[in-house]
Design a protein around this ligand. Structure first.
Ligand code: ADP
Length: 608
C-alpha cells in the first residue's frame, strides 16, 4: 500500500524541469547550432576566391582561422600572413562581415529558446494536474482497486487468524473488558438489540495512559466478536492538501459500511479531534477532517453494525462536539494496572518464555508498582534476555527482579569507577533514605539498597515496595515521604559536613510533592481547600499550571520552602539520633554494594 505523496511529485516535477533545461542548454542547443565545417588548405581558399565561388568570409582572430561560406557549406582554413588578402576579397566582391558563419537559422534558435521549454512546462504541468485530479476523483468516487492514491483511507485491516487477540490475552482491565463485552455481544447478534429498540453506542473512547493496552483491547473486541477490524491512527488522516483527510474519513466509513458488522479503531484520536478554536494559524486540514468525522458518525444510521473505538491519552483536549451523545458518548477508562492486574499481565507474558516453576509473580508485581502493561511486557522480555546473557536455558526469579531495576534505573554500569570516597558518600546517602523511611510510621518497607551505578545516571538507589495497592495517602504519609527524600542529603551533611550534587533528583521529587500537597491536595493550613493548580494531560505525566494571583504564588513558594525545611530538619533529627546505626549500615553497604531489605532490618535491630 504505497501512496505517492503529492509533495514528492512536486519535487520530482521541479527537478525534472531543471534537468531538462540543463540538457537542452548544455548539449542539445550547441549540437544543433553547430554546423559541419570542412577544413581546406590556404591554396584551395585562394583558388575558390578567384573562382568567385565564395559568398562570404569571416576572420576568426581567436582561433587564428578564416571561415568562409561557399555552396551553402562552411569551410575553414588557417590564417596565413597574406597582406593581399583584403584586396583579393574586395576584388572578387566577397562579403566581409563577421556574422555569416555563426549565424544560425532564426527558426532553430526560436525553437530552442522559447518553444521547447514552454512545451515541456505545459506538458509536465498537464501531467501533474491530471494526476492530482485523479487522486481527488478517487477520493470522491471511492474508486476501487488497491488502497493507494490520494484520499484513500489506507486503514490497515486487521487480519483475523487463529492467533487473534482475545480478552483473555488482555490481563487485568476487568472493568474495561466488562464494558466492552456488551459491544461483543451486540456484534454477535445485533437482532436482540434491534428487537427491543436499544441503540448500541456508535463510538467508544478508550482513555488512559500510554501502554495500558488500549489497542490490545480494541483488537480483542474484534477477536471476540469475530468481525473485521479497521485500524488507523489519527495522524494518518492529516495530509498536506486540505480536504484529503476528509476524503480519507469518507473512504474509511465507506469500507466499514461495506464490511459491517465490523470495528473501526482510530488510535491517537486527539491528532484530529482536538478542540477547534479561533487560534491564529489554526489547522484547516485537521478541522475539516474532524468535521467530516462528525458528519460521518451522524450519517450512518443506528445499529448499522459499525462500532467505532478510539483511543487517546489526552481526553481533556478533545472537541466537545466529538463527545456529544450518539458520537463518542461512552468513555472506557483503561488505567494503570493494580497489583493483581500487574501479576496477571506478567503471567500472561511469561507464558511465552521458558521460566522456572517457582517464580513469585506477586513479588515481582509488587516491585513493579506503577508500571504499565507495556512496561511489564518489557520487563518479562528483559528477564529472558538476561537469562540468555547468563547462559541459562530458563528464566529465574532474579532475572525478573534485576530486569525491573533495568527498566526503572537502566543497566548496571560496568565501567563506572567511583573513588572510594564517592562510594562512601553514596552509601551514606542511600542508607540515610532507608533509615529515615524505617524510623517513621507508614513508610513502605525497604526491599533493597544498592550503590551499583546504573546507566540512567543513578549512583545508587533504595527500593521501597508497598505490600498491596495504595490509593490514598494521608498528609502524614506524604510528609514522611518528603522527609525520606530529604534524608540522603541530610546524611551526607551530617557525616561529611559537606554536600554533593547527588541529591538533585530527590530535591526535585520532594519539591513536587510538597507543592502538590499545598496546591492540589488542600493540605496546607494557610490555604485550606483551595485548588491552586489545575492538572493538564492527566495521563501524560500531569503537568500542572497555577491558577492563582501573583501574590498567592509567592505565598505558595514560601509555604513549599517552609515545608521542605521542616521535613529535612525532621530527617536530620532522626539521623542524628541513630548515627551509630547509620554508620554501621553504611559501612556494611559500602563493603557489600547491594543489600536486601532483610539484611537492613537485621542490622537495624542489632541482629548482625
Ligand atoms: P496503548 O494502546 O494503550 O498505548 P497497547 O495496547 O499498544 O497500549 O499495548 C502495548 C503492549 O503492551 C501490548 O502489545 C502488550 O504487549 C502490552 N500490554 C499492555 N497492556 C496489557 C495487558 N493488560 N495485558 C497484556 N499485555 C498488555
Amino acid at each position: 500500500m504505497t501512496e505517492k505523496r503529492p509533495r514528492h511529485s512536486m519535487l520530482y516535477y521541479y527537478l525534472l524541469v531543471i534537468g531538462i533545461m540543463l540538457v537542452i542548454n548544455l548539449f542539445i542547443s550547441p549540437w544543433l547550432l553547430e554546423r559541419e565545417i570542412i577544413n581546406v588548405d590556404y591554396n584551395t581558399f585562394v583558388e575558390m576566391v578567384e573562382d568567385k565561388k565564395i559568398e562570404a568570409v569571416e576572420l576568426d582572430d581567436q582561433s587564428n582561422a578564416i571561415l568562409f561560406k561557399a555552396d551553402d557549406k562552411i569551410y575553414e582554413t588557417a590564417m596565413v600572413n597574406d597582406p593581399d588578402l583584403s584586396q583579393r576579397l574586395l576584388d572578387n566582391d566577397i562579403k566581409f562581415n563577421g556574422t555569416i558563419i555563426r549565424e544560425t537559422n532564426p527558426w532553430v534558435s526560436l525553437l530552442l529558446s522559447w518553444v521547447i521549454p514552454i512545451v515541456i512546462f505545459v506538458a509536465l504541468g498537464q501531467y501533474m494536474s491530471r494526476k492530482i485530479q485523479k487522486g481527488a476523483k478517487n477520493a470522491m468516487t471511492f474508486g476501487s482497486g488497491p488502497l493507494a492514491g490520494l484520499g484513500k483511507s489506507n486503514a490497515k485491516v486487521y487480519v483475523k487468524s487463529s492467533k487473534g487477540i482475545r480478552f483473555k490475552d488482555v490481563a487485568g482491565e476487568d472493568e474495561a473488558k466488562e464494558n466492552l463485552s456488551e459491544i461483543v455481544s451486540y456484534l454477535h447478534d445485533p437482532s436482540i438489540y434491534k428487537d427491543i429498540g436499544a441503540k448500541i453506542p456508535k463510538g467508544i473512547l478508550l482513555v488512559g495512559p500510554p501502554g495500558t493496552g488500549k489497542t490490545m483491547l480494541a483488537k480483542a473486541v474484534a477477536g471476540e466478536a469475530n468481525v473485521p477490524f479497521f485500524s488507523i491512527s489519527g495522524s494518518e488522516f492529516v495530509e498536506m492538501f486540505v480536504g484529503m483527510g476528509a476524503s480519507k474519513v469518507r473512504d474509511l466509513f465507506r469500507q466499514a459500511k461495506e464490511k459491517a458488522p465490523c470495528i473501526v479503531f482510530i488510535d491517537e484520536i486527539d491528532a484530529i479531534g482536538q478542540k477547534r478554536d479561533s487560534r491564529l494559524g489554526g489547522n484547516d486540514e485537521r478541522e475539516q477532517t474532524l468535521n467530516q468525522l462528525l458528519t460521518e458518525m451522524d450519517g450512518f444510521e443506528d445499529n448499522a453494525g459499525v462500532v467505532i473505538l478510539a483511543a487517546t491519552n489526552r481526553p481533556d483536549s478533545l472537541d466537545p462536539a466529538l463527545l456529544r451523545p450518539r458520537r463518542f458518548d461512552r468513555r472506557v477508562p483503561v488505567e494503570l494496572p493494580d497489583l493483581e492486574g500487574r501479576k496477571e499481565i506478567l503471567m500472561v507474558h511469561a507464558q511465552n518464555i521458558k521460566h522456572d516453576k517457582d517464580i513469585d509473580f506477586l513479588k515481582i508485581a509488587r516491585m513493579a508498582s506503577g508500571a504499565s502493561g507495556a512496561e511489564l511486557a518489557n520487563i518479562v522480555n528483559e528477564a529472558a534476555l538476561r537469562a540468555i546473557r547468563q547462559g541459562r536455558k530458563s528464566v529465574c526469579q532474579s532475572d525478573f527482579e534485576e530486569s525491573i531495576e533495568v527498566v526503572i534505573a537502566g543497566y548496571q554500569k560496568k565501567n563506572a569507577i567511583l573513588t572510594d570516597h564517592e562510594k562512601l558518600v553514596v552509601s551514606y546517602h542511600e542508607v540515610g533514605h532507608a533509615l529515615v523511611a524505617a524510623m517513621q510510621n507508614h513508610s513502605a518497607p525497604i526491599t533493597k539498597i544498592t550503590i551499583v551505578p546504573r546507566t540512567s545516571g543513578a549512583l545508587g538507589y533504595t527500593m521501597q515496595v508497598d505490600e498491596g495497592n495504595h490509593y490514598l495517602y494521608t498528609k502524614e504519609e506524604l510528609e514522611n515521604k518528603i522527609a525520606t527524600l530529604c534524608a540522603g542529603r541530610c546524611a551526607e551533611e551530617l557525616v561529611f559536613n559537606s554536600i554533593s550534587t547527588g541529591a538533585s533528583n530527590d530535591i526535585s521529587e520532594a519539591t513536587k510533592l510538597a507543592r502538590a500537597m499545598i496546591t492540589q491536595y488542600g493540605m496546607s493550613e494557610d490555604f485550606g481547600m483551595v485548588a491552586l493548580e489545575t492538572i493538564n494531560n492527566q495521563y501524560l505525566g500531569g503537568d500542572a499550571s497555577l491558577t492563582c494571583s501573583y501574590e498567592t504564588q509567592t505565598k505558595i513558594d514560601e509555604a513549599v520552602i517552609a515545608l521542605l525545611k521542616k521535613e529535612s530538619e525532621k530527617a536530620m533529627k532522626i539521623l542524628k539520633e541513630n548515627k551509630d546505626k547509620l554508620d554501621k549500615i553504611a559501612k556494611y553497604l559500602y563493603e557489600k554494594e547491594t543489600i536486601t531489605g532483610e539484611e537492613f532490618m537485621n542490622i537495624l535491630n542489632n541482629q548482625i
